[in-house]
Design a protein. Sequence first.
Length: 39
Amino acid sequence: MTKKKLGYWRSVLRMAALCHDLGHLPFSHAAEKELLPEG
């Protein structure tokens, strides 16, 4: 894989991670057990 392609896919991965986090409250993954009921 060329450096240009590697840079492109690194950017795509970062954007996907940021978009995933848009719908979350701060620290929401860490607080899921406390805030969400089981079931």
